[in-house]
Design a binder for this molecule. Structure first.
Ligand code: ZN
Length: 541
């Protein structure tokens, strides 16, 4: 038995006459028993039909309904004036509603037979054949084909925006009737198409996937989208009644998003709506068209530290005018094995600072983190992570990775936070124009916390704004090599431009090593010795 009350009778009658499917009728009767939607449509339809045609006391109800029908009709004609599609079915039906119960029965059954093959005027087929086994199998097959590993899944449904217009129209249609009887129907109490669709389909999808839990929140989302080109223009009138709601946005193909349409419908007056839109909604000849099923797993984040042993390897792919300058890059060497392990479709790489193409990164390495997009596998055991790290390290002698681990998105921000305050240590091989002796360098070892004013270096000016940044060299140490060369060790605030400190960058960095040593100096080699960021946590080998 359907959980319907006497007061639902006029709604049921009105909606069936308007060309609503059985399940949409339940929605507008605010039936929230999920099982009611899962029953075969025909059974529900039969029961609804029996419900409106039986009992004695429905007679008086019908009489009332009839008089309101009459009122509504004139109301409709005055206000909505559906231009060239007077719902002919209704026209045929309504005169047959009158008192003779037998006649009404026939009318209802004729109507129902019609309704069976007809596309529902409100859900446009979504709650009809589009939420059956065929659809469940199609979804399950799409998920299986991509071989995702997951515990639970959430089903997301995207419906054409114009469905909201039909829903609104149908609600007004019912509301008029109810107002006559002083019954209130809150639009929010009507069960949403999306909701009912999920109630019907979730269990079937779960079954097709061998009992996996289909839940309301999950890391794995399976998206089902429907379109209905035939009625795309149905919501266009809203852009003239509420231009504010339909501002073009960069990423959207159409301004008629579901959000915008809902917002416009909240603002529009009933009278204005009825002027532009038929009430109840006009019949459609075709059902919605299901689009390809989209599977998406939320990102997984992987972090670690890398060494770079090569002076001809950029951190990121080096492409100038569409042409590759270097055959590989740090991020690609690290990413390739990780992507294949997690079967991810892409990645975003970030690190605690970066080194130039000709700079090595030694010591414990530089912290890095990668967001893996749409991973088909999201969990690796510690042993598997260790194996993955070895795979990366065996794949190239230009880089090495340690402390490889899965981290949370939140933890990743630890890498970037307070980056300015962190220190970095370097070793630079310096050339001097004037001959030097070991003693000429000793004063450098005594300099502590030397503040530099660094104008944006000429070499990065094309991608960074011109500014003067203050950076601190905490201390330096020297190792004499020969009369024109020495090693300079520096411990600096993160973000200090070391090369510019050495050669002065045409006076753009002050003070600089040329000034301090009173001779031209240049930097021949540079190594990063340590990046003092205590993240990610180290993993014992
Ligand atoms: Zn429907």
């Amino acid at each position: 038995m359907l959980p319907l009350k006497e007061k639902d009778k006029p709604i049921v009658q009105k909606l069936l006459s308007a060309g609503c499917c059985a399940r949409c009728v339940l929605r507008f009767c605010c039936v929230s028993v999920q099982a009611a939607y899962r029953r075969p449509q025909q059974d529900t339809l039969n029961e609804l039909q029996a419900f409106i045609s039986n009992t004695e006391n429905s007679k008086s109800q019908d009489a009332a309904a009839e008089s309101t029908e009459g009122n509504n009709k004139s109301h409709d004609a005055a206000e909505s004036e559906p231009p060239d599609d007077p719902p002919s079915k209704r026209a045929k039906l309504e005169p047959s509603v009158p008192d003779a119960p037998s006649e009404e029965d026939t009318a209802a059954s004729v109507k129902l037979k019609d309704g069976e093959s007809c596309v529902c005027v409100v859900c446009l087929g979504i709650l009809q054949e589009l939420c059956g086994t065929t659809q469940a199998v199609k979804i399950a097959e799409a998920v299986k084909a991509e071989k995702y590993e997951f515990d639970t899944l959430v089903l997301s449904v995207s419906l054409p925006a114009q469905l909201c217009v039909r829903e609104h129209s149908c609600w007004l249609h019912v509301k008029k009737e109810l107002r006559e009887k002083s019954v209130a129907l809150d639009k929010d109490d009507v069960i949403q198409v999306k909701e009912a669709f999920k109630w019907i389909l979730q269990g079937q999808v779960a079954k097709e996937l061998g009992g996996v839990a289909v839940v309301t929140r999950s890391l794995f989302e399976v998206g089902v989208e429907f379109t209905h080109p035939e009625t795309d223009a149905d919501c266009h009138f809203l852009s003239s009644t509420c231009p504010d709601c339909f501002k073009p946005t960069k990423n959207k193909q159409s301004v008629f998003t579901r959000m915008a349409v809902v917002k416009a419908l909240e603002k529009i007056s009933d009278a204005k709506f009825l002027k532009h839109s038929p009430c109840p909604p006009a019949a459609a000849t075709s059902s919605c068209i299901p689009q390809d099923v989209q599977c998406l797993h939320v990102s997984v984040f992987v972090a670690g530290r890398y060494n770079k042993f090569c002076r001809s390897l950029p951190q990121t792919p080096w492409v100038i005018d569409g042409e590759r300058r270097m055959e590989s890059s740090v991020e690609e060497l690290i990413a390739a094995p990780i992507l294949s392990s997690f079967r991810a479709s892409g990645f975003n790489f970030s690190s605690s600072g970066r080194e130039d193409v000709d700079v090595r990164t030694l010591g414990n390495g530089r912290p890095f983190a990668m967001e893996l997009l749409n991973p088909h596998k999201s969990r690796l055991s510690k042993a598997e992570m260790k194996q993955l790290q070895e795979t990366i390290n065996n794949s190239s002698d230009k880089i090495r990775v340690r402390d490889l681990q899965i981290v949370t998105r939140e933890a990743m921000s630890r890498m970037k936070e307070g980056e300015e305050e962190k220190t970095k240590s370097y070793t630079a091989l310096i050339w001097t124009q004037k001959p030097i002796q070991s003693e000429d360098l000793t004063f450098l070892d005594d300099i502590k916390d030397l503040t530099l004013d660094q104008k944006t270096p000429l070499r990065v000016l094309h991608r960074r704004a011109l500014a003067v940044r203050q950076r601190v060299i905490h201390n330096m140490n020297t190792r004499f090599l020969d009369s024109h060369h020495f090693y300079l060790g520096l411990k600096t605030q993160a973000g200090t431009y070391i090369k510019e400190f050495v050669h002065g960058d045409f006076g753009r960095t002050k003070p600089n090593l040329c000034e301090l040593l009173k001779t031209e100096t240049d930097i021949l080699e540079l190594d990063v010795e340590s990046v003092d960021v205590d993240w990610p946590p180290s993993i014992p080998e």
